[in-house]
Design a protein around this ligand. Structure first.
Ligand SMILES: Cc1ncc(COP(=O)(O)O)c(C=O)c1O
Length: 438
């Protein structure tokens, strides 16, 4: 086949080794509940909820029907200076399950857009209270906050930054909280590491609090390999940011909607930020959508403090898109009707024991867990980091299990409708396949 008529040539795939993928393509053609169907007809157990997203399982009929119905009734409505009922309804529904006080909702179309939106709202808020010198952001090493210029600037992944120039000015980073030495094989939240939040005081002292608009962290860092917050760490960030008039943003694109317990990690952990970014589980990933939950004082500062007219010069053509809003309402209905967050929480103990049974297996140097998430860290192959985890990812897929490889870490985050038998199958298959790779 020449390059011109290669059916895979035109698509430039995101975050993919395009050449390697196209040499041995693996495709998904259907999905139902806990499983994907591969293009050769095999059933593949979804150990990752797609991409940390399909919390209620795949192709749930009520979500499908809501999208279908809306597509025939209102395909699109402009979001600027006009509205449609479902976007208001979804905003109220989301506000109702956010931590108290975070009840103003701005819609976006992705996690990346949610992060950049939250950063912009933080700047607008600081200006609205005559603190316009506060323009700096503090992110964290090993943070993943999406791929907008704001997100990669505050994020802490060098590969996501080095091709793209100088990024946002005035960004600094907290140290990450991961330590194999202190926290290896910890079940749940580590006791060691809370003190790392004190680095924020040093960063603030270095730049001056009057220059800092916001701090953004994921309560649990997912994409860089499941870094669970140490006991006391987030609490300390909250204390320090409050003391210095700095907005605290939790990036909950992964952790919201039942992944670690309640509707948000903030609620589960009892630490309430000023803004929460979300996406993924908001619509059960059936239609792209993100959102930022904003505390009332920030919203009111920007909106009530503005002159007549548009208060925030920001928004997207597809903010609150009718199909996404319909999917979001149906997803929230389903989470509630089936008690999906509670069901998942009832399995936390079983999940923890199961994933930690991989301790001592070939290549495994750490296991971490929180909610229905696990990170299984493999010893890097000498001279070839990431290759071992990638090989395991391929072997798992070829043997009917979808996992996620990030660096040398295998991340698991299955749909929250899982049963004990699914957990046994995932852990058993990984355990067996670890024996087959060098
Ligand atoms: C914490 C976090 N923030 C932001 C994003 C970006 O979301 P999206 O890929 O929808 O832009 C992700 C994606 O995984 C994420 O995990």
């Amino acid at each position: 086949m020449t390059r011109e008529n290669d059916p895979l040539a035109a698509l430039w795939m995101p975050f993919t080794a395009n050449r390697a993928y196209k040499a041995t393509p693996r495709q998904l053609v259907a999905a139902k509940d806990m499983h994907y169907t591969a293009d050769d007809g095999r059933q593949v157990l979804d150990g990752t909820a797609g991409l940390w997203a399909v919390n209620a399982g795949h192709c749930r009929p009520t979500i499908v029907e809501a999208i279908q119905k809306t597509a025939t009734e209102l395909d699109f409505a402009p979001a600027f200076q006009l509205g449609h009922p479902a976007s208001f309804e979804l905003a109220s529904r989301v506000a109702a399950i956010m931590p108290k006080g975070l009840d103003r909702i701005f819609f976006t179309n992705s996690g990346s857009e949610s992060v950049d939106t939250a950063l912009k709202i933080a700047l607008a808020y600081q200006r609205s209270r005559c603190e316009g010198t506060r323009t700096r952001f503090i992110g964290r090493e090993r943070g993943y906050n999406g791929v907008g210029f704001g997100g990669i600037s505050v994020g802490g992944i060098v590969n996501n930054r080095r091709q793209f120039g100088t990024l946002l000015n005035g960004v600094d980073h907290l140290p990450h909280t991961h330590s194999l030495q202190h926290n290896g094989f910890t079940k749940g939240r580590p006791q060691w590491g809370g003190h790392l939040a004190d680095a924020l005081e040093s960063i603030i002292a270095l730049h001056g609090p009057e220059t800092i608009a916001a701090v953004i962290v994921e309560p649990m860092a997912g994409s860089t390999g499941v870094l669970v917050p140490p006991v006391g760490y987030l609490e300390r960030l909250r204390e320090i940011t409050s003391k210095h008039g700095i907005v605290l943003i939790f990036d909950e694109v992964i952790t919201a909607f039942g992944r670690v317990g309640g509707a948000t990690a903030s609620e589960t952990l009892g630490v309430i930020p000023d803004m929460i970014t979300m996406a993924k589980g908001l619509t059960n990933a059936a239609v792209p959508m993100g959102a930022v939950a904003v505390s009332r004082h920030i919203h009111d500062g920007v909106v009530e403090g503005a002159a007549d007219g548009i208060e925030l010069f920001h928004g997207y053509t597809y903010s609150g898109h009718p199909l996404a809003a319909a999917a979001g309402i149906a997803a929230l209905d389903l989470y509630e009707a089936e008690g999906i967050f509670e069901h998942a929480a009832s399995l936390h103990g079983y999940w923890e024991e199961a994933v930690h049974s991989l301790k001592g297996k070939r290549h495994v140097i750490d296991v971490r867990n929180m909610g229905i998430v696990a990170g299984i860290e493999l010893e890097p192959r000498p001279g070839a980091p990431t290759k071992r985890a990638m090989e395991l990812f391929h072997k798992c897929f070829d043997n009917g299990l979808l996992v996620r490889a990030t660096g040398d870490i295998i991340a698991l985050s299955p749909p929250l409708i899982l049963q004990k038998a699914h957990i046994d199958e995932m852990v058993g298959r990984i355990s067996d396949l670890l024996e087959t790779i060098d």
